[in-house]
Design a binder for this molecule. Sequence first.
Ligand code: GRF
Length: 233
Amino acid sequence: MATRCKTAVLVSGSGTNLQAFIDRVGCGALDLELSVVFSNKPDAFGLVRARNAGIPTACIEHGGFTDRDSFDRSMAAKLDEWQPDLLILAGFMRILSAAFVARYAGRILNIHPALLPAYPGLNTHQRVLDAGDKWHGSTVHFVTEELDGGPRILQGRLPVVAGETADQLAARVQAVEHQIYPEAAGWVGEGRVEFRDGRTRIDGAIADEAVIQVFDRAGKKLQVSRPAADRTR
Ligand code: GRF
C-alpha cells in the first residue's frame, strides 16, 4: 500500500473516532491522507467534523434505494471518485453487501466495541455488564462478509468498574477506541499489516492473533502483547 494511503472514512453518526483520525493526522502522528468522509445520513455530525477539517464529504441516503446491492454500488461509485486505498468504518451503521466487501477486499477496517469474538452485534456494553464480565474493550478488524467476524488486528482491553452504567462503560471504551483505531489503521496504511489470501500478516509474518493492548480504568495504556509471528506457515 502507498505510504500516503488514500483513506475514506464512512460514518453514520457522531464521528468521535473520525475526530481521532483527524486529530492524529493533523498533528503528524498518523501518515494517512483523509481523502473523503462518506455518510449514509445527511445529518451525521461526522460530516460537520470533516467539513471543519477541510476534508471533502459525500452523502448518499440509503432510504432512496430498494435493495442493499444497489445502494452499495452507488456508494462504491461515489467513493471511487477518490480512488481510496483504505476504507475506515467509523460508526457506519450499514451491513455491507458481499459484492462491496469483495470490491475492497483487504482494504476495509471496522472497529467493534467488544473483545471479539465475544459479543458481535449490538448493545455490547450492556451485555458485558449483564454477564458480569471483568474485562471489556474494542477490536479493530478487517471486514469480511461475516458480520464483526473478520481477522482481528488490534484489541484494546480495559477492566469493567463495579457499579458503572452501560453509558459510563461505553465512554471509557470509546476513549480506548480513539487510541487504537488510528494506530491500527496506520499499520495497514504503511503496509505493515495486510490481509490477503485469507491470512493476516504483520511485518511480513503470518499472525492469526490480534495485537493486544491493555489499558487501566482511566484509559492509560499499560501493556502491549504482540502475537507470536509464525514464519513457517
Ligand atoms: C464506536 O463505538 C464503534 O465501536 C462502533 O460505532 C461507534 C462509533 O462512534 N462501531 P463514533 O461515531 O465514532 O463516535
